[in-house]
Design a protein around this ligand. Structure first.
Ligand SMILES: [Zn+2]
Length: 194
């Protein structure tokens, strides 16, 4: 009887494995993406190997990883890849540092989650939810359970870091803490008597 029960449990676990593995891969991919992106951004913002670089990495890693995990909360609340995978949700996370001066850098994690879902998996995301349920995707994706999923995640992250480095170096000095940017803007406006 005992052996039979064990056998049944084992059978259910085995049967359940592909689904579980797919979910784990997905979450692991988003954490991997957030960690590597924060590490790369630390070096972009504070080049060199010194205390300032370590501080930048420490400051942005946890918020970025939290942001990268957040959108898939809609697997439990709302509809997956729609409710929390939209531009209005990203706008909320962008507004927090500007309006309230908190949740700095979380928006970077949310944004990179969207990029990874659009570029790195077959299924798209509903960018304009709740206005439209249409899911946008690129034909580049591999399924989230593919053995190449981690490799694709690392490549996408490398491209993101390279793009941010190029923008930071050649276009504009990236200040990703929008609360500081908003404060600078309001001080500048005050300076001009606006
Ligand atoms: Zn997602």
């Amino acid at each position: 009887m005992k052996r039979g029960r064990d056998g049944t449990v084992a059978a259910i676990r085995w049967f359940d494995l592909p689904t579980r593995r797919a979910n784990d891969m997905n979450k692991r991919g988003h954490v991997l993406n957030g960690l590597l992106l924060a590490l790369g951004l630390g070096f972009v913002l504070e080049p060199g190997v010194d205390a300032a670089t370590a501080r930048a990495i420490a400051e942005i890693t946890v918020p970025v990883v939290l942001g990268a995990l957040f959108p898939d909360v809609d697997t439990a609340f709302g509809r997956h890849r729609k409710t929390l995978h939209s531009l209005p949700v990203l706008a909320v996370f962008l507004a927090y540092p500007i309006v309230f001066g908190n949740l700095q850098y979380v928006w970077i994690g949310v944004l990179t989650h969207y990029i990874l879902d659009v570029v790195g998996s077959r299924r798209g995301i509903a960018l304009f939810h709740p206005l439209s349920d249409k899911e946008y995707s690129l034909p580049t994706g591999v399924t989230t359970s593919s053995k190449y999923a981690d490799l694709v995640t690392v490549i996408i992250t490398a491209v993101e870091i390279a793009a941010l480095w190029a923008i930071h170096t050649y276009v504009v000095n990236l200040n990703l803490d929008l609360s500081a940017a908003a404060q600078t803007a309001s001080e500048a406006a005050a300076g001009f008597g606006i």
